[in-house]
Ligand binder design. Structure first.
Ligand SMILES: Nc1ncnc2c1ncn2[C@@H]1O[C@H](COP(=O)(O)OP(=O)(O)OP(=O)(O)O)[C@@H](O)[C@H]1O
Ligand SMILES: [Mg+2]
Length: 394
């Protein structure tokens, strides 16, 4: 059918034509924003889920929800090796200048800028030149202890008080939160703790791979009290079919129910796979309705495309040792895997694998769903590993 009118959008962060099955999370976000404006306590949100399930598009939608509720927003994406402070500072600076232009009396905005200035002063030593030209006197002793767990909460308080003074509210949205160190996460958690204690109008919505099990002791119990952790996962059949059916219908075409069922079976409802299947099925079909035969005919092509675009890019970033580790996991089935079983598969001592496992976690390839366990962060990655490395050689 007409390729130009193809409604599907496979790709990292590409908004789907139909954001299916996420109503309850969006509703939760609306309630959160509303309650913060009403000065009622509510948990901030950390969306967690595997690769390609739709965390980024959901976070973007939540940003729009926040803006519609009247919030000023900051949306950032964490990267491997980029400090949280460096990531946030330019945005907080912009925000404070925006607040400065809003009507209202008081000196909290100036103060906020001063606190930001001293915060920058303290991190400059560590991160080199973060010169963002703030021609303002620092507020000594406010956020310049050099200890992020102290400074970040103080900085957030200063920003939130500035916002409050100007009758504004702030939502900070952070994607790929798993890239922060546990120390940075703990500082963020402490900062949100202060927001809640003082009922200040600043909320945090994060998204990323599952992180909770990686947090230690006190920060974990804090995190559980301050945040809700909605899971973003594969779509149930009804939502998966809707995600395919409605966009096609909007273009005046149809899927056969049998075709929808076939796609659901092949994708297990994973959003990225649904988009890729929908996309190829549309292009391949001669006419509407798109039948089950089209699905089996495109099966090979879709697998190839997913291998190239979704799996391969991640695989290519791995060292031979890391590949062997993942291949050993795949040898054990779909997971989750006990770290000990992987060691046994590789005929080595479990301790000797700790460095390679840490690397794989840092690269976001695996995560630990529970103590002593590992799982792939990419859905169906075990099947890909067996395809790309047909023979397991420890
Ligand atoms: N609710 C949904 N219904 C249908 N398609 C969706 C849905 N959510 C996301 N998608 C599609 O899934 C794909 C992946 O989305 P997105 O990039 O947001 O995932 P992600 O969880 O952020 O992945 P990653 O962990 O790799 O960053 C996109 O093509 C998007 O259009
Ligand atoms: Mg994403």
């Amino acid at each position: 059918m007409d390729k130009i009118r193809n409604p599907f959008s496979p790709g990292a962060g590409s908004p789907p034509p139909e954001l299916a099955g996420r109503e309850s999370i969006l509703e939760q976000a609306r309630v959160l924003f509303g309650r913060v404006l009403a000065k009622r306590p509510e948990k901030s949100m950390l969306l967690t889920g595997l690769r390609g399930v739709g965390k980024t598009v959901l976070l973007n939608e939540i940003e729009r929800t926040a803006q519609a509720a009247g919030f000023r927003t900051i949306l950032v994406e964490a990267h491997e090796g980029k400090p949280l402070s460096v990531l946030l500072v330019p945005h907080l600076r912009r925000l404070l200048f925006e607040l400065d232009r809003l009507k209202g009396a008081g000196d909290k905005v100036r103060q906020g800028l001063g606190v930001l200035r001293s915060f920058i002063g303290s991190i400059k030593v560590k991160v080199g030149d973060l010169d963002i030209g703030l021609d303002i006197e620092p507020e000594p002793g406010s956020a310049d202890s050099g200890d992020l767990e102290v400074d970040l909460p103080n900085l957030f308080v200063a920003v939130a008080e500035a916002a409050q003074e100007r009758h504004a509210a702030v939502a900070i949205l952070i994607d790929e939160i798993q890239y922060f160190s546990s120390y940075e996460l703990s500082a963020l958690i402490m900062a949100m703790h202060k927001m809640q204690q003082r009922q200040l109008p600043l909320v945090l919505v994060g998204a990323g791979l599952p992180i909770l099990p990686g947090l230690a002791g006190e920060s974990q119990s804090y995190a559980e009290r301050l945040f809700s952790f909605p899971t973003v996962g594969a779509l149930p059949q009804a939502d998966a079919e809707k995600a395919l059916r409605d966009p096609v219908r909007a273009e005046g075409a149809e899927f056969d129910p049998a075709a929808l069922q076939a796609i659901f079976k092949l994708t297990q409802g994973y959003p990225y796979f649904l988009q890729e299947w929908g996309y190829q099925a549309w292009n391949h079909a001669a006419t509407s309705p798109i039948g089950a035969a089209v699905i089996s005919e495109t099966s090979e092509l879709v697998s190839q495309r997913l291998d190239e675009n979704f799996f391969r890019v991640r695989f290519d970033r791995l060292t031979p040792r890391e590949k062997t580790y993942l291949r050993a996991m795949a040898e054990l089935g779909a997971g989750p895997y006990r770290t000990n079983d992987v060691a046994v598969k590789l005929s080595v001592k479990i301790n000797s694998l700790a460095p390679v496992r840490d690397k794989l976690i840092k690269k976001g390839m695996v995560y630990s769903p529970a103590h002593g366990e590992m799982a792939f962060t990419v859905p169906l990655f075990d099947t890909f590993m067996r395809r790309v490395m047909p023979k397991f050689e420890p």
